[in-house]
Design a protein around this ligand. Structure first.
Ligand SMILES: *Cc1c(COP(=O)(O)O)cnc(C)c1O
Length: 222
């Protein structure tokens, strides 16, 4: 068994039932993705549009892709219809554009709303209050070709695991409040949080989708 296949088996064995795993393959070559594929992995995450578009035709057709990076509005059209989910919707403008382009392409795009709780300035996403207001005002009802499936978030990049756990609880609380606010929202059931170094804490806080790169593929060479 290759190291990649072994990592996938080990991580999968450690995940509770109901928790799915995105194999985050950014910066890794297709040969490594194929090793993961052969170990049974079908769901992959990429954060750069060009890299994703280059990889799609090189992988088997039943590979599923989640886009997890900051998405520029001028790149939306090229992704719509090609990805199973865009996890990183961080502005209403981006959401509206995804909707417009999806309608134009005759597809429905599944998305997650990215919520920002970590203190670092560089992270993208809606503040919890902002996101809750979006749902409280039922603005999602204007969407015609977009299905909001849940929330994605990242914890602070901190060694302080208390802090990380608190961030995950804050993201999970935002997700729960949206469920309570928008009871007519259908199929809102994905809580994506947890990466290689913190996914056990994320699962404890309620994550049902973890995004794991380094622990599967090893360090990235940027
Ligand atoms: C790169 C990335 C990951 C995976 O990070 P690892 O630490 O390598 O597991 C998860 N989520 C997002 C949004 C990423 O950009």
């Amino acid at each position: 068994m290759t190291p990649i296949a072994q990592h996938i088996q080990e991580i999968r064995a450690s995940l509770p039932t109901g928790v799915r795993m995105v194999a985050v393959s950014k910066f890794h070559p297709v040969e490594e993705l194929m090793e993961a594929y052969e170990a049974g992995q079908r769901l992959f995450g990429e954060s750069r549009q060009q890299e994703l578009l280059a990889k799609i035709p090189q992988m088997p057709a039943d590979t599923q892709w989640h886009f997890i990076g900051h998405l520029q509005t001028n790149k939306v059209r090229s992704l719509v219809g090609k990805v199973a989910m865009i996890e990183s919707v961080d502005t209403e403008r981006l959401l509206d554009l995804i909707d417009k382009e999806s309608e134009r392409a005759g597809v429905t795009t599944r998305v997650l709303m990215q919520v920002h709780v970590a203190r670092e300035e560089t992270k993208f996403g809606f503040y919890p209050e902002e996101l809750e207001a979006y749902f409280a005002e039922h603005r999602f009802e204007q969407l015609r070709a977009t299905h909001i499936c849940g929330v994605m978030g990242m914890a602070s990049n901190a060694d302080d695991m208390e802090r990380v756990a608190r961030d995950f609880r804050d993201i999970a609380a935002c997700y729960q409040r949206i469920k309570e606010i928008a009871t007519d929202l259908r199929g809102f059931d994905v809580l994506s949080m947890g990466m290689s170094h913190d996914y056990p804490l994320a699962i404890e806080a309620g994550s049902n989708l973890v995004r794991i790169g380094t622990a599967i593929f090893g360090p990235r060479e940027y």
